[in-house]
Design a protein around this ligand. Structure first.
Ligand code: F3S
Length: 64
């Protein structure tokens, strides 16, 4: 399955945890996280799920 990720800019507090855990998927822009890929590569999906569950404000939304 193909997984897409989004960061809700109204929720993100810029803690950068996701960027540290998953630098191939997330980047920072104007102090908020942003998704830098269109589709999560299959080998990054597990890490991405971790990011989504560990984000302190649940700003990362995965859709599949
Ligand atoms: Fe923002 Fe959550 Fe990442 S607060 S910087 S989306 S871990």
């Amino acid at each position: 399955p193909r997984v897409n990720a989004k960061v809700d800019p109204t929720q993100c507090i810029g803690c950068e945890l996701c960027v540290q855990l998953c630098p191939d998927v997330f980047g920072m822009e104007d102090n908020l996280a942003t998704v830098i890929v269109d589709v999560i590569a299959p080998d990054l999906e597990a890490a991405c799920r971790d990011c989504a569950s560990q984000c302190p404000v649940s700003a990362i939304v995965l859709s599949e």
